[in-house]
Design a protein around this ligand. Structure first.
Ligand SMILES: *[C@@H]1O[C@H](CO)[C@@H](O)[C@H](O)[C@H]1NC(C)=O
Length: 316
C-alpha cells in the first residue's frame, strides 16, 4: 500500500510539473462561424492554403535561432481605446484620428521592419481550453492576438496583400486564482453584448498595451502563417511568446457572455490547428532565464530522493 501511495504522489508531481494548457488569436471578416471551420475554404480559397494558422508547436522540432530581443515602442502610453463585438470576437482599437506615428509599434525580434498596432482580440472556448495555438498539443485557456501592420505599406488595408504585411503577437492565456488587473478595465462588455458595426464602447480606463504582455517577452516561437479567420490571408509573421499571461475563471467567463450575429452566445471562436506542410518553426530561447527552484541542481537530490529510493526497491 505504501508503495502505491508514493507512486501516486510521484505522478501527481509529474502532473504539476507538466504545466497547463494553451490558446490562440484571430481577425474579423464577414459571415462565418465556428460550427464547421473546415467549410470556410468553400467561400475563401485562402483557407485551404499550405501556410495556415494556428498550428501546433512541437518544441522538439523548433530551430533555435539567434534573434535580437523585441523593441516595444509606445506600448506604455495611454490612448483612448474602444471595444467592439464584431460577432466573432471582441476587438480593442486605439481611437487616434490623426497620428499614425504615435501608435504603439514593435520592431526587432527578427522583424525586418517596424509594425504599428492595428487591433487586438481574443479567442476562447466553452471549456477552459480555448487557445488557438497549442504547444506540444497542449491548449491554454484562451489566446490574445495583438495585430500589427508593416509601416512600410502605410496602413493595415495596404499591408494585407503582402507576405510581410502583418505581424501578430500570440499571447497564451493561463488561469490564476486572482483577477488580472489589466483585464478588469478591459472586461467592460455590458454595452457590446450584441455585435454591431456602428456601436463601439469607449473604455473608461484605457489599458496600456504593455499591461497585456507576458512578464517575459524574451523567449518566443516564430513562423510564417495566416489570419486564423476568413479570409485566412497568408500574410502574418507569427510570434507566439513562450510565457503566458493569466486571468481568473471569472474573467474568462465574461467573454462567453457575448453574443454572435444571430443573437446566440459566442461560446467558442477557436480554429483547429492547421498542418505545418513545408514550414519550420524557429525559437528564441531566453538568454538569461530566471533561476527557479527546479534550476538548482543541488535541490534535486533531496527533492527526488524518496522517489528514487522507491524505484530502486521496486521491479522497474
Ligand atoms: C518566413 O518567410 C520569409 C520569406 O520567405 C523567410 O525569409 C523567413 O525565413 C520565413 N520565416 C520562418 C520562421 O521560416
Amino acid at each position: 500500500m505504501m508503495k502505491v501511495a508514493s507512486l501516486f504522489k510521484f505522478w501527481l508531481m509529474i502532473g504539476f510539473a507538466a504545466g497547463s494548457p494553451l490558446t490562440k488569436v484571430g481577425a474579423p471578416s464577414t459571415h462565418f462561424d465556428y460550427t464547421n471551420p473546415q467549410k470556410w475554404e468553400e467561400h475563401e480559397s485562402n483557407c485551404a492554403g499550405q501556410h495556415q494558422s494556428p498550428i501546433n508547436i512541437n518544441t522538439d522540432e523548433v530551430i533555435v535561432t539567434n534573434y535580437p530581443k523585441f523593441i516595444f515602442q509606445n506600448y506604455d502610453l495611454v490612448f483612448p481605446e474602444s471595444l467592439e463585438n464584431n460577432g466573432h470576437t471582441v476587438e480593442l482599437k486605439i481611437d487616434n484620428e490623426d497620428d499614425e506615428d504615435d501608435l504603439p509599434s514593435i520592431s526587432g525580434g527578427g522583424l525586418d521592419d517596424r509594425y504599428n498596432f492595428a487591433q487586438l482580440h481574443f479567442h476562447w472556448d466553452e471549456g477552459l481550453l480555448g487557445s488557438e495555438h497549442t504547444i506540444n498539443r497542449q491548449k491554454y485557456s484562451a489566446e490574445l492576438h495583438v495585430v500589427h501592420y508593416n509601416t512600410k505599406y502605410g496602413s493595415f488595408d495596404n499591408a494585407v496583400p503582402h507576405a510581410d504585411g502583418l505581424a501578430v503577437l500570440g499571447i497564451l492565456i493561463d488561469l490564476q486564482a486572482r483577477d488580472n488587473i489589466a483585464f478588469r478595465h478591459l472586461e467592460q462588455f455590458d454595452k457590446i453584448i450584441d455585435p454591431s458595426r456602428t456601436i463601439s464602447d469607449r473604455l473608461q480606463f484605457s489599458v496600456p498595451l504593455v499591461d497585456l504582455l507576458p512578464d517575459s517577452t524574451e523567449s518566443f516561437f516564430r513562423y510564417n502563417g495566416s489570419l486564423t479567420t476568413p479570409g485566412c490571408n497568408e500574410d502574418v509573421i507569427w510570434t507566439v511568446f513562450e510565457t503566458p499571461i493569466a486571468i481568473s475563471v471569472r474573467q474568462l467567463a465574461k467573454f462567453r457572455l457575448l453574443n454572435d450575429e444571430n443573437g446566440m452566445p459566442l461560446r467558442k471562436n477557436v480554429r483547429p490547428t492547421q498542418m505545418l506542410h513545408d514550414r519550420v518553426v524557429t525559437y528564441r530561447p531566453d538568454p538569461n532565464p530566471i533561476q527557479s527552484l527546479f534550476s538548482f541542481p543541488s535541490n534535486l537530490p533531496n527533492l527526488f530522493k524518496p522517489f528514487s529510493n522507491e524505484f530502486q526497491q521496486s521491479n522497474f
